[in-house]
Design a protein around this ligand. Sequence first.
Ligand SMILES: Nc1nc(=O)c2c([nH]1)NC[C@@H]1CN(c3ccc(C(=O)N[C@@H](CCC(=O)O)C(=O)O)cc3)CN21
Ligand SMILES: CC(C)C(=O)C(=O)O
Ligand SMILES: [Mg+2]
Length: 287
Amino acid sequence: MTHAQQAADGSKSKALYGGTQQRRITVRDLAAAKERGEKWPMLTAYDAMTASVFDEAGIPVLLVGDSAGNCHLGYDSTVPVTMDEMAVLSAAVVRGTKRALVVADLPFGAYQEGPVQALRNATRLVKEAGVGAVKLEGGERSLPQTELLVRSGIPVMAHLGLTPQSVNALGGYYVQGRGEEAAQQLLRDAKAAQDAGAFAVVLELVPAELAAEVTRSLHIPTVGIGAGAACDAQVLVWTDMAGLTSGRVPRFVKRYAKLREALGEAAREYAQDVVGGTFPAAEHSFH
Ligand SMILES: Nc1nc(=O)c2c([nH]1)NC[C@@H]1CN(c3ccc(C(=O)N[C@@H](CCC(=O)O)C(=O)O)cc3)CN21
Ligand SMILES: CC(C)C(=O)C(=O)O
Ligand SMILES: [Mg+2]
């Protein structure tokens, strides 16, 4: 199909992935995709260059995750990540993209004090970094925050199931929503987030059947990570997806490249060339 034919074919041209639309994706586009039953991919990004690669690959939504804590900043969890750090990384991701909707995590401690603190910090990410939306963890417990942000004109993505900012309270990164009571709480949290005006909800590490039920019960899209195939969208941490993360990765990760091996090999070859005197060669030198 030519570009013009695609543009004439409404369904194809509007597609979040593989469509012809060049302007920046909005939360309205995500709502329309759920209506069409169209699935979409989301990845994290923490810097401008990587974000530009994903933007050019057509990924419609990029998350500046607080997973930057362990994937970019060298902490061992998301808990230490600060607003200053999220603001710098978010601004870089926005600068590196033309089309993707950029969503930034509010880090731990940036919204737990209440709605006013949440609004102050979310506003900073919108004004200073230029993000199109923010994400915060929790359903019913984060309701006042979500309501005030949405009323103030800041789109909110909710995050339920495993909420890594609570790792110290949860005692580890375990599957959530197992058992009837926990399943009912997750359904209430999802409904609460939707009623508060959230435009989407991340479901992390929940049984696939429960995620499917949440997806059917909501009119807003669900974004799964370790939550099965029925979700409206999927998200992965980009360093996991590309095989750059060192050591063990969660079971829900599929590796689509071996970047850690490829980069290590490039560094070793470069080092050998320098030590052996074969780099720089004549074509890399000036006379
Ligand atoms: N690199 C990276 N990838 C992620 O997906 C990620 C982060 N970092 N940091 C923030 C949170 C933490 N996440 C995690 C971390 C560990 C597991 C994990 O190992 N889970 C077990 C499940 C255990 C069970 O059965 O209950 C697993 O085997 O996947 C899951 C999610 C997801 N997020
Ligand atoms: C894994 C996603 C959902 C996230 O919150 C993050 O990357 O911080
Ligand atoms: Mg996060």
